[in-house]
Ligand binder design. Structure first.
Ligand SMILES: NC(=O)c1ccc[n+]([C@@H]2O[C@H](COP(=O)([O-])OP(=O)(O)OC[C@H]3O[C@@H](n4cnc5c(N)ncnc54)[C@H](OP(=O)(O)O)[C@@H]3O)[C@@H](O)[C@H]2O)c1
Length: 422
C-alpha cells in the first residue's frame, strides 16, 4: 500500500517532456492541492520552474514544488523516491533510462507506474526485480498508457463480466483497435527505435520478442497462443477482415502476464490477440493487405541499421517534439474487446468498448497514467497483489476503468448478441 506519510503523494518524473507535462496538467486540473500533494521532477530547473508557473496560473494550486534529478544519477533518484508515495514516470526510452528508477523505488518502498511499451525492457525488469518488489511489497506497474490500458483493462472488464454473469471466463479474447487519431511524439518514436536497436544487437532480446509468453513468470513461458498476427486474416469472432496491429507485440504479452500474475483466473488455455479490423468484402481484404504490407516493410526497414538511422534522423521528430495541444485534445480512439466462451452447452460472447475523445498516445494516455497513479496512492484496486513487477490489470484492475469512466472515458461492458456472424 502506498506510504501516505511521505512529503509528496505523487511525483511526475519527466514533467518537462511531452507526456509528462500533460500528466502534470491533468492532475492539477482534476485534483485540488488538498487531495493530492504533487511535485514535478526532471533534470532542467529552468524548464521545471516555467512549467510550475504554468500549472499554478488559473488554478487553485498556489505552488507545485519541483525536484531535480538525473536518470543517470542513482542517488538523485533514491532521494526523490524516498520523498514520495508514488512516482509516475515518463522518462523514456525506458530501455535507456528506466532501470535505476525501478531499483530506487523498490529500495524506498515507493509505488511506481510508467508508459513503457518496450517489451525487452519489461522482460528485463521482470527477471531482475519481480521477486525483490514482491518482497518489498512495492508495485512496479508498467504500460499504464495507450500501451496497454485499453487492451489489459478491457480484457479485465470482459472477464469479470463473464465470470459474474455466466460463472466462467472467456477462453478467447480479441482486441480490435477500431479507430483513433491524435499524433505521435519524438519520445515515443525514439523508444520504438530503441526496441529495434536492442533487437538488432542482442539475441536474447530477439528471443524475448519471438516468444508470445516472454513476459510470463519464469517457468511459465509457454502456452497455446501462437503469437501475433502478421498477415491479413478473416476474423472468426465477428466476421470481416483484420490486419496486424503494431501494438500487439506488447499488448498481447501484457494481457498474458496479467492472467499469469493473477494465477490464471482466465484459464491456462486462455488465448488473446490484438488486430485492426478493416471491414468486409474485397475492400476490407485490400485494406488489410495494405496495412499488413506497410507494417511489414516498415519493420523490415527498421531492422536494418543504416536504414533505421536514416529514418530516425530524417523522418522521426526529435525527442521533446510532439503533437500539438490541438491534436492531443481533439483526437479520439475506440478499442473494442470481444471475449467468447464455447466450452459449455451455452456459448456466450461479451463485448467491452474502451475509448475517449482525446488522442490515444497523449491526451488519453496522460489521464490513464495520472489515474493509475491515483489508484496506487489511494489503494483503489481489486488486486490481491501487494507487490511485484505488475501490469495494469494485475496491479489495479477494473477500478481503473471506473475512474476513467468518471473523467469522461467510455468503458462499458455487456453481453454481445450476433457476434460471429459473417
Ligand atoms: N504507452 C503509451 O501509450 C505512450 C504514450 C506516450 C508516450 N509514451 C512513452 O513515454 C516516454 C516519454 O514520451 P514523451 O513523448 O513524453 O518523450 P519526451 O518528450 O522526449 O520526454 C522525455 C522526458 O525524459 C526526460 N529525460 C531524458 N533523459 C533524461 C535524463 N538523463 N534524466 C532525467 N530526465 C531525462 C526529458 O527531460 P528534458 O525535458 O530535460 O529533455 C523529458 O522530460 C517514451 O518512452 C514514450 O514511448 C508511451
Amino acid at each position: 500500500m502506498a506510504d501516505t506519510e511521505r512529503q509528496y503523494d505523487i511525483v511526475v518524473w519527466g514533467a518537462t517532456g511531452v507526456a509528462g507535462r500533460l500528466v502534470a496538467e491533468y492532475l492539477t486540473e482534476q485534483y485540488d492541492s488538498d487531495v493530492v500533494a504533487l511535485a514535478i521532477a526532471g533534470r532542467n530547473e529552468e524548464r521545471l520552474d516555467s512549467l510550475a508557473t504554468d500549472l499554478t496560473a488559473g488554478t487553485e494550486w498556489d505552488d507545485v514544488p519541483i525536484l531535480l534529478g538525473d536518470a543517470t544519477d542513482p542517488e538523485s533518484l533514491r532521494a526523490m523516491a524516498e520523498r514520495t508515495a508514488v512516482v509516475c514516470t515518463t522518462v523514456g526510452p525506458y530501455t535507456a533510462y528506466g532501470t535505476p528508477l525501478v531499483e530506487a523505488c523498490i529500495d524506498a518502498g515507493t509505488d511506481y507506474c510508467d508508459l513503457t511499451g518496450e517489451v525487452n525492457w519489461i522482460r528485463e525488469t521482470v527477471d531482475r526485480f519481480h521477486d525483490a518488489a514482491v518482497e518489498a511489497e512495492t508495485r512496479i506497474v508498467h504500460s499504464c498508457g495507450f500501451d496497454s490500458v485499453p487492451a489489459d483493462i478491457g480484457t479485465a472488464l470482459v472477464q469479470s463480466f463473464a465470470r459474474e454473469e455466466f460463472g466462467a471466463p472467456c477462453e478467447t479474447v480479441r482486441i480490435y483497435v477500431e479507430d483513433g487519431s491524435g499524433g505521435v511524439s519524438g519520445g515515443t518514436l525514439a523508444s520504438f527505435g530503441e526496441l529495434f536497436e536492442a533487437a538488432a544487437d542482442d539475441p536474447a532480446v530477439r528471443r524475448a520478442l519471438a516468444n508470445p509468453y516472454s513476459l510470463a513468470p519464469p517457468g511459465e513461458r509457454e502456452g497455446v497462443d501462437p503469437g501475433e498476427q502478421r498477415r491479413p486474416r478473416k476474423d472468426s469472432l465477428r466476421g470481416g477482415w483484420t490486419a496486424p496491429s503494431p501494438m500487439a507485440p506488447v499488448n498481447e504479452r501484457v494481457v498474458r502476464r496479467s492472467n499469469a500474475l493473477l494465477h490464471y483466473p482466465w484459464g491456462r488455455e486462455f488465448r488473446c490477440s490484438e488486430v485492426i479490423p478493416t471491414g468486409r468484402g474485397l475492400r476490407g481484404a485490400a485494406t488489410a493487405g495494405a496495412v499488413a504490407g506497410g507494417l511489414g516493410l516498415f519493420s523490415a526497414a527498421m531492422a536494418v541499421g543504416p536504414l533505421r538511422s536514416g529514418i530516425q534522423e530524417y523522418v522521426f521528430p526529435d525527442p521533446g517534439e510532439g503533437p500539438t495541444s490541438e491534436e492531443t485534445e481533439q483526437g479520439y480512439f475506440t478499442v473494442r474487446v470481444l471475449g467468447r466462451r464455447t466450452a459449455d452447452d451455452d456459448p456466450f460472447t461479451v463485448e467491452a468498448e474502451f475509448g475517449a475523445d482525446w488522442g490515444p498516445g497523449y491526451g488519453a494516455t496522460a489521464r490513464m497514467l495520472g489515474e493509475a497513479g491515483m489508484c496506487l496512492l489511494e489503494d483503489d484496486t481489486d488486486s490481491p497483489l501487494s507487490g511485484g513487477v505488475l501490469t495494469p490489470a494485475s496491479a489495479i484492475g477494473t477500478p481503473l476503468a471506473d475512474r476513467l469512466r468518471a473523467v469522461g472515458f467510455t468503458a462499458i461492458v455487456s453481453e454481445a448478441t450476433g457476434a460471429g456472424s459473417e
